[in-house]
Design a protein around this ligand. Structure first.
Ligand code: DPP
Ligand code: ZN
Length: 844
């Protein structure tokens, strides 16, 4: 397949003023009529052919200004030669036939649980009708439909049953249509200018009692975007629909967001605290896209981070405001390191704004999203809050209604603040995670920090210029008092020194506060210094980070050289765990040991070859040592954290549950799971029920509990996804392939449903020691399933293939095993473009 290059961008030769669509819905023979009103684009070279995208369409009629045309489409679209096109405006009309029921790709118009629904980002609209399916072609839409379904939805405002008018010009990827037997959970929102907006969350009958939290999150998001960004909603109605079969988390279609049902439906009995937090975050994310994505969209798909990085940045801040900024930041950085640093350090590394792709769906990645958000956080650190606010206002003023680029985005910051961002742009164009090395010196009251940056090579990018890196630093004296408050140092050279004067004694530096840049910080530091920062740092992120770095040092040393768990770490963790002045959520995070994949990543970076089995046993031994050390104090901690009374999904109560479960997990290492059994029996929330079950499975005492859990939750798809996933995640390394294989033969393993497929097959990859078992059984199993899924749902198959991206870390035997599976996938006949590209990049 041919790569598409950023450098080849050309505007579409025609402007599309208006689109009228009519759908005669039928499971296998839907007819779509499209009336497209075009005019020549003055910004493009005149006299060009018109190329329309179209896939899997049966063309029944084609006419231009009422005259029938006889052009024959090819496999990817339809060309109308310039000679057949008038000089001025014209109307092109098509009628095509499509088959939603047999569309298993969940891309375009498809059916899920008897309802019609759509997913058009990035390029699904071309499976609905012939169209210039690119984000810089923006048009006003009118939609009508013909169906017996009681609920008939599309974008914009309703003008009758199944008739919709969207006044805001939009690209086709934001189109949506839903028709089904649905019920609504409804509310209203009055905007800052006093307009009343109808809000509906549509679900299948029986689920209407599970929408309250999503609705509450939506209302809070709408209010937040008014208060913090001055952005008001712009239609009379905002609809959300929950569907069970969905490739992504959710989709921001104008006025009609479509969500994976797991990110909408929640009750205390069925959803965990993590589910609640994700629902809140994703509802906000999709709503925030209304301005950052929809009103201002992307010129082309290379600019995807323009809307995704910014919208992730916005939803992270929203969640921080709703919950705890410190805890949210720690969680975001944990996820960034686990997913983005992993990606950035392997064969799939790519820039936040890539300059080439084969299949755009392969670029909905942690780099575009999460690193894209980090880049905006850095920009804000460099220009300040006021500069950021000015720049964003200018962005909305200048680009509203446009399809913009990263150049436009940076220009807005330059114009609003006067700052030159030429060097900053490297963050968008260069892949790879920078490494910072810090050394320090103290003499006669002068403290000097010397920071060096190294930008490692990435695929297609060998040498790199230094980046501008905001490094937030604070200094503490030996009593733990802060002598220099947080200061942002701007590292612009490869090696640079920063001086602090007038200090009475050698300070302890707290570097990269708040994780001010997405970099790997390398600094030789003693266990004493880390423990000191864990006890005294005023920056909550770095306080946690000190504890994590300490735990990581201990764990890595244990993997490499074996030996006991040092007492200074045990004491430091104990102090935090029982410090009642600290947020329980923070204490729970401090109790969490670095994950096995994280240790493998760090060992590899330090020049070792990670042994997954050794990492697994060292980590378990360290947990066991911690449990033993805290033994006497655990029961009181567990009892004291009980949360009686009605379930409260808020962050404070969730933090208490998290700490209680962390303590129960340690306790299970001492009592064989007896306390967890009791907790499971008395659980009054899914968080506790599932958490206790995970603990029991982890200590090998969960079989009966898992069977009982299944009986109880058999009828609830979303809860059963959790059940499936947990069996795999908690399986002992030498049993994981066998257990996974058995689960795939379960009658409830509906593998065409992405949530269920992910629950089983993606969990296989997240059981680090089990996935990398020396037998290679798990590698084979994953490859078998990717090959099976690919013809049915290439997007999900390709996404899941990233489990293999870490192969270069491991020993020669494992490398050979993984590469053999990748080669086997690559050799499969008729492999999708999606999976072909992924496997090819991983093989290098
Ligand atoms: N629906 C996905 C998201 O919101 C893609 N835009 O990020
Ligand atoms: Zn998004």
């Amino acid at each position: 397949p041919q790569a598409i290059l950023l450098a080849d961008y050309q505007p579409f030769p025609f402007l599309l003023d208006h689109v009228a669509l009519h759908f005669k819905l039928h499971p296998t023979q839907t007819r779509v009529t499209a009336r497209l009103s075009f005019a020549p684009n003055p910004a493009a070279k005149p006299g060009q052919d018109m190329r329309l995208d179209g896939e899997n369409l049966i063309l029944h009629a084609l006419s231009l200004d009422g005259r029938t045309l006889a052009h024959t489409p090819d496999a990817t679209g339809l060309t109308i030669p310039a000679a057949d096109l008038p000089d001025g405006p014209f109307v092109l009309e098509t009628e095509v036939e499509i088959s939603p029921e047999t569309n298993t790709s969940l891309d375009g118009l498809y059916m899920s649980g008897g309802m019609y629904c759509t997913q058009c980002e990035a390029q699904g609209f071309r499976k609905i009708t012939y169209y210039p399916d690119r984000p810089d072609v923006m048009a006003r839409f009118d939609v009508t439909m013909d169906t017996d379904m009681p609920v008939q939805l599309s974008n914009g405002n309703p003008t009758g049953l199944g008739a919709w008018h969207d006044p805001w010009p939009k690209p086709a990827y934001l189109f949506a249509l839903v028709a089904g037997d649905l019920v609504a959970h409804s509310d209203t929102f009055t905007t800052m200018s006093g307009r009343k907006v109808a809000l509906n969350i549509y679900v299948r009958p029986g689920d209407e009692g599970k929408c309250a939290y999503a609705m509450d999150s939506l209302i809070r998001s709408m209010k937040w975007d008014e208060e913090v960004y001055g952005r008001e909603y712009d239609l009379d109605i905002f609809n959300i629909v929950a569907v069970d079969d969905f490739n992504m988390g959710a989709m921001e279609n104008k006025g009609l967001n479509i969500f994976n049902s797991k990110l909408v439906l929640a009750t205390p009995e069925t959803a965990t605290d993590d589910d609640y937090a994700r629902i809140e975050a994703v509802i906000a994310h999709e709503y925030f896209h209304n301005w950052t994505g929809n009103r201002i969209t992307c010129r082309d798909w290379f600019q995807l981070c323009l809307k995704e990085g910014l919208t992730v940045y916005r939803d992270q801040k929203f969640s921080g405001d709703m919950r705890s900024h410190a805890v949210k930041r720690i969680e975001d950085v944990l996820a960034l390191r686990a997913r983005q640093f992993r990606e950035d350090g392997g064969p799939l590394a790519h820039a936040v704004r890539p300059d080439s792709y084969v299949e755009i769906n392969n670029f909905y990645t942690a780099t575009i999203y999460e690193k894209g958000a980090e880049v905006i956080g850095m920009l804000r650190a460099l220009v300040g809050d006021e500069g950021y606010a000015k720049a964003l206002n200018l962005y909305f003023d200048r680009h509203d209604g446009q399809a913009a680029t990263i150049e436009d985005w940076l220009k807005v910051f330059e114009d609003a603040t006067g700052r030159d961002l030429t060097q900053f742009k490297h963050w968008y164009t260069q892949a790879g995670t920078p490494h910072l090395t810090v050394t320090d010196d103290f003499k006669d009251g002068l403290y000097t920090l010397t920071i060096e940056q190294k930008n490692p090579a990435a695929p297609g990018q060998a040498s790199k210029d230094p980046k501008v890196i905001p490094v937030a630093v604070g200094l503490l004296n030996s009593d733990g008092a802060e002598v220099v408050p947080t200061t942002v140092l701007e590292l612009t050279q490869e090696r640079q020194s920063f001086a602090f004067e007038g200090l009475a004694s050698r300070p302890v530096p707290s570097i990269l506060r708040g994780f001010s840049a997405p970099v790997i910080l390398e600094r030789e530091s003693s266990a004493e210094e880390r423990a000191f920062l864990l006890a005294h740092d005023t920056d909550p992120f770095n306080k946690w980070e000190a504890g994590r770095a300490l735990a990581k040092d201990v764990l890595m040393r244990k993997v490499i050289a074996g030996g006991d768990t040092p007492a200074d770490w045990l004491t430091a963790v104990e102090t935090v765990t029982f410090d009642e002045t600290l947020d329980p959520a923070f204490r729970a995070l401090t109790l969490r040991l670095p994950g096995e994949d994280d240790i493998a990543q760090s060992l590899h970076a330090a020049g070792h070859v990670p042994d997954p089995a050794a990492i697994h046993s060292a980590r378990r031994a360290m947990q066991g040592g911690l449990a033993g050390h805290l033994a006497k104090r655990l029961p009181a901690l567990i009892d004291g954290l009980q949360t009686p009374g009605p379930f409260d999904p808020g962050a404070v109560a969730a933090g208490r549950r998290a700490l209680r479960l962390a303590a129960l997990a340690l306790m299970a290492r001492l009592d064989g799971g007896a306390s967890a059994q009791v907790a499971m029996q008395n659980a009054n929330s899914m968080t506790e029920e599932l958490g206790a079950l995970a603990i029991l499975l982890d200590v090998g005492q969960g079989d009966d509990a898992a069977a009982a859990f299944r009986l109880k939750w058999q009828g609830d798809r979303l809860v059963m996804d959790k059940w499936f996933g947990l069996q795999v995640v908690s399986a002992a390394p030498d049993r994981v392939a066998q257990i996974t294989d058995a689960l795939t033969k379960d009658p409830d393993f509906d593998w065409k449903n992405p949530n269920r497929f992910r629950a089983v097959i993606a969990s296989l990859a997240s059981n680090h020691a089990g996935f990398h078992h020396a037998s290679g059984d798990s590698y084979r199993l994953l490859a078998d399933w990717l090959i099976k899924l690919d013809p049915v749902n290439p997007q999900t198959a390709a996404r899941m293939s990233t489990a293999f991206e870490t192969w270069p870390r491991y020993d020669a035997d494992r490398q050979a095993l993984i590469r053999a599976e990748l080669a086997r996938i690559a050799a499969t006949p008729n492999l999708s473009r999606n999976l072909t590209e992924m496997v090819g990049r991983m093989l290098g």
